[in-house]
Each structure stands twice: as C-alpha cells, then as structure tokens.
Design a protein around this ligand. Structure first.
Ligand code: FAD
Length: 359
C-alpha cells in the first residue's frame, strides 16, 4: 500500500528505555500522536541486558517513571528482571504506543506529502514524522580505547556490556581497565575469585564525604554546560567521584583497589608499561564506558565543529524538530525522566512553529 499523509506522525520516539518511556508518557498527556520504535525484543531498555549478579541493592536507584511508584523490587532481586518487569507494566498501564523490535537505521530530512518531514528508516519499515525524540541510550555503543597490541592479546577480552559474571574469570589473572563505577563494581566481584590488576588513565577520585544533592546538581550542571557548548557529553558519573560500598569491602581488603597507571600496550600474554615493566594476564575486562548511540542521526548533520550536538535543554539547536533525551546531562534514570517532560514541551513548540510557518 502506498503511504499517505495519514502515515505522518506528529512525533516518533526512538528507544523505549527510561528516557523514551518518559517522553512517550508526556507526549500522550499532551495528546500528541506518536509512536515509540524500540530495537529490543522486549521491554526493559538496557536493563534487560545487564549482568545477572547486578541486584537492585547494587544499583544506585532507579527513578520512578512519571505517574508511577517506581520498581517495587529491592534487595537481591536481579535488576535485569525487576526493571524490565516494571517497564513492561508501565507500557501496559499507560497503553504506550511501543512497536518492537524495530531498529532505526537512519533519520533524514525529506520533503514528502507537501511538508518538510523527517524520514525514519528502520529494518522493519519506514515512517514519516514532524518531530523526533531520540532516546537510544548508550548500551549498544560500548567503547574500547585502542592500545598497541590489543589485537595480539591471546586471552579473552570482555567489556562491561558483555560481562559474563565473575565465575568466567576464576583462575584467570585479569586486568580491569577503567576508572568508573562499573570498574569498581566488577572488581568487587572478580577479585574474590582471581588475581586482579586495576589500571586507570587518571588516579581515581574517591568520594569520602556524604554525596550531597548539591554536589549531584553541580555534576549535572557541568555536563549540561558541555552540551550547550556543543562538546561531546561526559558521563555524569565520571564527575561525581567513586565510592566503595559494603559489597566491595572484601575486594578492598584483598587490595583490588590499588590502582596502577594505564599500560602502554598489550602483548599476547600480558600488559607492558612505558617504563618496560610487564605483568602477565590471562584476561582483560574493559570497563571503559559507552558512547551515545546516535549514528542513525548522521544524515541530519547535527554534530557541530566541536564534536558534540549543541542542545538547548533537550532541543538540538541546529534542528529544533529533534530532541535528545538520556543524552549527556540526562543520562541517568532521574535525568531521563525529567528530559522526557522537557522533550514533550519541545515537541509541542516545534509542532506549533511548523503550523505557524505553514499557515
Ligand atoms: P536505555 O535504557 O539504553 O534504552 C535505550 C533503548 O533504545 C533500548 O531499548 C534500545 O533497544 C533502544 N535503541 C537503541 N538504538 C536504537 C535504534 N537504532 N533503533 C531503535 N531503538 C534503539 N542510572 C541510575 O539512575 N541509577 C542506577 O543505578 C544506574 N545503574 C547503572 C548501571 C550500569 C551498569 C549502567 C551501564 C548504567 C547505569 N545507570 C544508572 C545509567 C542508566 O541506566 C541510564 O542512564 C538510563 O537507564 C538510560 O536510559 P535510556 O532510556 O537513555 O537508555
């Protein structure tokens, strides 16, 4: 059947994680006709892919989605079950228009049906929309920095995104790379079953005082400023400092958090430092973070000369039809929630502007 003007949506949300669901809820409340296209086969966003040993006691808190109480599960319940179950209930309760699995491959500006539209091409079809809310998170873009010899290392190399659980490391001397919260958490497990060596580019910054809401707001404000300036966003967590929790105490007693500077390169059976020293290793775990999953937006040319997408709130400065949520300062469950509301407002403003232009 040939597409017609009725196939044009007022908005399309890409991604049904915390950010996409929050945006969809607020679009619904505003009566904005939209769809949510999600690449995963089931509800849960990135949470459904997190490792089995990550319990609700380990996560720093999953903010309640708008209009809801938040996940009931706590303690030793697996996060990769509890959060997807919560999202699934939420989608049903609010009858959110989620379509899955649909992996969006590109978004481009086109003239169609007598309007300037955004064309959303995916593995499962093509859609047209007047505005877009991008909520694709970072999980599908694990980042591994390049080091000389990385391809010659003979043992397994894992990333946080593929962490197979501590048992896979038993008896394998493991280098854990990265100075973030994931490295701290995963060392807390692996160090109990094998010898570990922690390497980070910069000395870790430990947070000793009680982390105050003001410090949290300051960290978010710093990332906000980066995206306002069109710089690539930094992780909010990377500017809040690290903390050892009860779960990590046993690993700490084993010396797991004695950090070494970054190695210069990998060799088949270990890591070599610039001063010539060598440490044998059987496995490497890259806890080196993620990057925004935004390659499908490339045809829109949103990225500026400073390497990032300049945002005003959640609105792309170079194309106000586009909102980015769960990006930069809103890359946390609480930030994603708020961003959903702001994005719905931005969508409404863009639709109004388009009507005014067409009038
Ligand atoms: P996601 O949950 O990643 O959802 C993105 C969705 O987009 C997915 O469903 C995916 O299928 C879909 N998608 C991606 N690409 C496409 C495409 N091309 N086409 C269609 N769909 C696509 N934050 C907290 O606040 N508290 C915590 O305790 C906490 N713990 C964390 C633990 C770990 C290990 C990690 C890595 C992060 C943690 N965070 C935590 C951060 C938090 O999880 C995220 O900021 C937040 O959940 C991200 O939500 P999101 O909606 O942006 O992305």
């Amino acid at each position: 059947m040939r597409p017609s003007r009725e196939d044009v949506y007022d908005s399309i949300v890409i991604g049904a994680g915390q950010a996409g669901l929050s945006a969809s809820y607020h679009l619904m409340r505003r009566g904005i006709r939209h769809l949510v296209l999600d690449a995963d086969g089931a509800p849960g966003g990135a949470w459904q892919h997190r490792w089995d040993s990550l319990t609700m006691a380990d996560v720093h808190g999953v903010a309640a989605l708008p209009g809801s109480e938040g996940p009931e599960a706590a303690g030793l319940v697996q996060a990769n079950r509890a959060v997807p179950a919560y999202f699934s209930d939420y989608e049903r309760t609010y009858d959110l228009p989620v379509v899955r699995p649909v992996r969006v491959e590109s978004v481009a500006g086109v003239a169609a049906f007598g309007e300037e539209l955004l064309q959303v091409r995916a593995d499962a079809g093509t859609w047209w929309t007047r505005t877009l809310v991008n909520a694709t998170g970072t999980w599908s873009q694990p980042f591994v920095p390049h080091y000389p010899g990385i391809e010659t290392f003979s043992g397994p190399q894992w990333h946080t995104a593929t962490y197979p659980g501590a048992e896979a490391f038993r008896g394998h001397r493991t280098v854990v790379v990265g100075g973030g919260a994931s490295a701290v958490q995963l060392l807390g497990e692996i160090a109990l079953v094998t010898e570990t060596l922690w390497v980070t580019r910069r000395p870790p910054v430990w947070r000793t005082d009680d982390f105050t809401p003001e410090a949290g707001r300051a960290a978010v404000a710093m990332v906000e400023q980066r995206v306002r300036d069109g710089l690539p966003p930094a992780s909010v967590v990377s500017v809040t400092g690290l903390m050892l929790r009860e779960q990590e105490r046993a690993a700490a007693e084993l010396g797991a958090y004695t950090r070494r500077p970054m190695f210069a390169g990998l060799e088949p059976h270990g890591a070599r430092w610039a001063d010539g020293s060598f440490e044998p290793a059987d496995a490497v775990l890259w806890a080196t973070g993620f990057r925004p999953a935004i390659a499908h937006l490339a045809p829109l040319g949103l990225r500026g000369p400073r390497g990032g997408i300049r945002l005003d709130g959640t609105t792309a400065v170079s194309d106000p039809r586009v909102q980015l949520v769960g990006y930069g300062p809103s890359a946390s469950t609480i930030g994603a929630n708020r961003a959903g509301r702001v994005a719905a407002r931005g969508v409404a403003a863009s639709l109004d502007a388009q009507v005014a232009l067409g009038a």
